[in-house]
Ligand binder design. Structure first.
Ligand code: HEM
Ligand code: NAG
Ligand code: NAG
Ligand code: NAG
Length: 332
């Protein structure tokens, strides 16, 4: 008897520990059915506006996917990125990672106004970003997943958070990993999520440093294929052309696949932050090799890591608000 009671106690301890763990890794009380009663068409509406926008311009899929990342790394996935500078709010759109770079805000506005018509003040801007990121991935040929929902919107923004938390393309491997760990993400998440760079573009200014033997760069960048580098130099001169655009994955720039990782093996990753995943750390190098070899493995881990990233510190319950307009808080 005593034995079976203690056995039960141990069992229930295990059960609560694993519940605790799964809540943590799934972002507390976010769940995919959140709008099933309050706005049953929510997911369909998001998908249809995203599909139209991507049909018009393929790159939009990449731009929307990136917005969710830049939202989640600053005060959690709370729509803070979407706020414009109004009153005391200074928009995160003015930060170094976002200025002249993040885009797609008009598409988010369009989704929001369609949702406000269907079910006013119900679907948060933070959830729109999470759904649009998933839909964009699927539309370009990537994996799908059920998006946990129920995030609410912030009543503030943080430019300093945006500047400090979002990794820069010339950060060291160690700095990038530290920034992911500060969000509760691990090395597998870093490598899989960087696979987002299988679609979309980068400006010359984000990787120019790799192309030229500048003072401060004692050596040319040997982790960059030299013939690829000379091609890049033609469109990304030593000075000027800052905003010129280049594909992050030059092999299949509009298709969500694992060529990003194959490129890293060939030293044709565009950003320094891409190539270091292959050259600066054994564990991440192994992951890069695995994803380059096994697209399915990449897709599986990408979906898991997107759910994890989407679960960073959400505002739930009565915290935050459901904005009527993603660009401004409800009363100011
Ligand atoms: C690991 C650290 C990361 C760094 C240093 C980084 C950096 C960058 C940079 C510099 C650009 C080009 C921006 C420009 O020049 O305008 C870019 C684009 C992009 N990033 Fe990342 N990124 C990282 C991780 C991620 C993650 C985790 C995601 C999504 C989950 C993501 C999604 C994208 C996408 C889709 C684009 C293309 C956007 C477009 O074409 O509009 N990135 N990133
Ligand atoms: C960069 O953005 C600023 C404002 O955010 C704008 O004034 C400037 O013209 C932009 N630069 C380029 C080259 O687009
Ligand atoms: C990284 O790039 C930024 C912006 O171009 C620059 O100010 C900084 O000096 C660079 N850092 C390193 C370590 O090269
Ligand atoms: C790069 O610059 C360093 C010194 O700044 C020099 O020793 C080296 O030869 C240069 N390499 C190339 C390829 O120009």
């Amino acid at each position: 008897m005593a034995l079976s009671i203690s056995f039960l106690m141990i069992l229930s301890l295990f059960a609560s520990a694993s519940l605790c763990f799964s809540q943590k890794s799934n972002g507390g009380y976010l769940y995919p059915q959140f709008y099933d009663l309050s706005c049953p068409k929510a997911q369909e509406i998001v998908k249809s506006v995203v599909a139209q926008a991507v049909a018009k311009e393929t790159r939009m899929a990449a731009s929307l996917l990136r917005l969710h990342f830049h939202d989640c790394f600053v005060k959690g996935c709370d729509g803070s990125l979407l706020l414009d500078s109004i009153g005391t709010i200074i928009s995160e759109k003015t930060s170094n990672p976002n200025r002249n770079s993040t885009r797609g805000f008009e598409v988010i506005d369009e989704i929001k106004s369609a949702l406000e018509k269907e079910c006013p003040e119900t679907v948060s801007c933070a959830d729109i970003l999470a759904l649009a990121a998933r839909d964009s991935t699927v539309l370009t040929g990537g994996p799908t997943w059920e998006v946990p929902l129920g995030r609410r919107d912030s009543r503030g923004a943080s430019v300093s958070g945006s500047n400090h938390n979002i990794p820069a393309p010339n950060n060291t491997f160690r700095t990038i990993l530290t920034k992911f760990k500060l969000q509760g993400l691990h090395i597998v998440d870093l490598v899989a999520l960087s696979g987002s760079h299988t679609i979309g573009n980068s400006r010359c200014t984000s990787f120019r440093q790799r192309l030229y033997n500048q003072t401060g760069n004692a050596q040319p960048d040997y982790s960059l294929d030299q013939s690829y580098a000379s091609q890049l130099r033609t469109g990304c001169p030593r000075s000027g052309g800052d905003q010129n655009l280049f594909f992050l994955d030059y092999v299949s720039p509009t298709k969500f696949d694992n060529y990003y990782f194959k490129n890293l093996l060939a030293y044709t990753g565009l950003l320094s932050s891409d190539e270091v995943l292959f050259t600066k750390n054994k564990e991440s190098m192994e992951l890069v090799k695995q994803y380059a070899e096994n697209n399915e493995l990449f897709f599986e881990q990408f979906a898991k890591s997107m759910i994890k990233m989407g679960s960073i510190s959400p505002l739930t319950g009565s915290r935050g608000e459901i904005r009527k307009n993603c660009r401004m808080i409800n009363s100011h």
